[in-house]
Design a protein. Structure first.
Length: 345
C-alpha cells in the first residue's frame, strides 16, 4: 500500500512538473539555439555552463522519467534543438549535446528511432563528424562509439537509415573498420529480407499444403484408395444383403454340371426294395460280428493277450536283483480275526 501511494505521488508530481516547470528548465536551450542573439548568448561562460547543466538534467530525465519526458521531448521538439548545438560554432557544447543524443539511442526505443529517421536527426551528428575531419579528439571518438553501439546492438532501423543516407559521407572521411562492419551488417540484413520475401511468397503455401495433405500411416495408399473408389459394373445390380427371396432364386437357378445330370425318370421308377436292401445287409454284418465277440470265451482272449503283454513289459523294464532283497515273499498282512487267534494260541 505504501509503495502504491509513493508511485501515485511520484506520477502526480512528474505530471505537475512537466506541465508547469519543464519549460522554465529548457528555456536556456531554446535561447541558445533560436533567435538573432543566440551566439552572443552562448558565448558567455555562465550561459554555456547553464546549457551544459540543463543537458545533464535532460539526460537524467530520459533515463528515469521515460513516459513524461518522451512526450515532452517529442511535442516540444527538444531533440532537434539540442542537436543544433552540434554546429561547429557551438563546439564547446557539442559533446554535451551528443551525450544527450546517445542516451536516447541507448534506450533502443523504436518510437525514438522512428522519430530520428523521420526528421533525419542523425545528419547533425554525421555533419559534425565530417567537419571535424581527421582530428582524433573527443568528438570523433564519441561519434565512433555511437555508431559502434548501433552496430553491436543490431538496431536494424538505425543501421538501415545510416547506411542508406550517410555511409558514403562517413567513408569519405576515413576508411574505419566500424563503418565497413556497419555496411556489411546492412548487406546481411538486406539478404535476410530478400530471403524472407522469397520464403513468404513460396514457403507458407508449400508448408500449408504439406501440413494439410500429410499422409497418415493409417491412411490408404493412392492405388488402394482408387481400387476401393472404383465401382465394378458387375456389382451394381447386387443387393446389399441376401434376402430369402434372393436365396430362393439362387437355389432355383443353380444347375448341375453337364456330366452329373440326374435322370429324374430313373429315380422315380426305381422300386423301394432295391433302395432299402443294401441297408439290411449292413445291419446283418454288424450283428454277426457282435455275436462272435460275445460268444468267444474269456480264457482264449486272455491266453492270446498275456504273452504279448509279457514281451512288452520285459522289453521296456528288465528285472534287477538287488543284494538286499530276500528271496522270501513278504507275508500278507493279518486281518483282525487272525491276530486274535494268534494271541490265544
Amino acid at each position: 500500500m505504501h509503495r502504491s501511494l509513493n508511485r501515485l505521488e511520484k506520477s502526480e508530481f512528474l505530471q505537475f512538473f512537466y506541465k508547469n516547470a519543464m519549460h522554465r528548465l529548457t528555456e536556456p536551450i531554446i535561447l541558445a539555439t533560436h533567435g538573432t542573439d543566440c551566439l552572443k548568448y552562448v558565448s558567455r561562460t555562465e550561459n554555456s555552463s547553464l546549457v551544459a547543466s540543463v543537458l545533464d538534467v535532460l539526460s537524467f530525465a530520459v533515463e528515469n522519467h521515460t513516459y513524461h519526458v518522451k512526450n515532452y521531448i517529442l511535442s516540444k521538439e527538444i531533440l532537434q534543438k539540442v542537436l543544433l548545438l552540434m554546429n561547429p560554432r557551438y563546439s564547446f557544447l557539442a559533446l554535451n549535446a551528443l551525450k544527450f543524443f546517445r542516451k536516447i539511442v541507448g534506450l533502443k526505443d523504436e518510437f525514438y528511432n522512428r522519430y530520428i529517421i523521420k526528421f533525419d536527426l542523425m545528419s547533425f551528428v554525421i555533419d559534425a563528424f565530417v567537419k571535424n575531419g581527421l582530428k582524433h579528439n573527443m568528438l570523433n571518438s564519441a561519434v565512433l562509439e555511437l555508431l559502434e553501439f548501433i552496430k553491436s546492438e543490431d538496431i536494424k532501423t538505425l543501421i538501415k537509415y545510416v547506411c542508406e543516407k550517410h555511409i558514403t559521407k562517413l567513408l569519405t572521411v576515413e576508411q574505419c573498420s566500424t563503418f565497413k562492419a556497419l555496411r556489411t551488417k546492412f548487406e546481411q540484413q538486406l539478404e535476410r529480407e530478400t530471403t524472407k520475401k522469397g520464403d513468404t511468397m513460396a514457403g507458407p503455401k508449400n508448408f500449408d499444403n504439406a501440413a494439410r495433405f500429410r499422409r497418415d500411416a493409417r491412411d490408404l495408399d493412392e492405388n488402394e484408395e482408387n481400387y476401393f473408389n472404383e465401382e465394378d459394373p458387375s456389382d451394381m445390380n447386387k443387393p446389399l444383403y441376401n434376402s430369402p427371396l434372393v436365396v430362393q432364386n439362387k437355389v432355383l437357378d443353380t444347375k448341375p454340371p453337364p456330366n452329373k445330370v440326374i435322370n429324374s425318370e430313373k429315380v422315380m421308377t426305381t422300386p423301394l426294395e432295391k433302395v432299402i436292401a443294401p441297408t439290411d445287409k449292413v445291419i446283418n454284418t454288424i450283428n454277426s460280428t457282435l455275436d462272435k465277440v460275445i460268444t468267444t470265451p474269456l480264457d482264449k482272449v486272455m491266453s492270446a493277450s498275456l504273452p504279448a503283454l509279457d514281451k512288452v513289459i520285459s522289453a521296456s523294464s528288465p528285472l534287477v536283483d538287488y543284494a538286499d532283497d530276500s528271496d522270501e515273499e513278504d507275508e500278507p498282512p493279518l486281518n483282525k480275526r487272525q491276530k486274535v487267534s494268534s494271541t490265544v494260541t
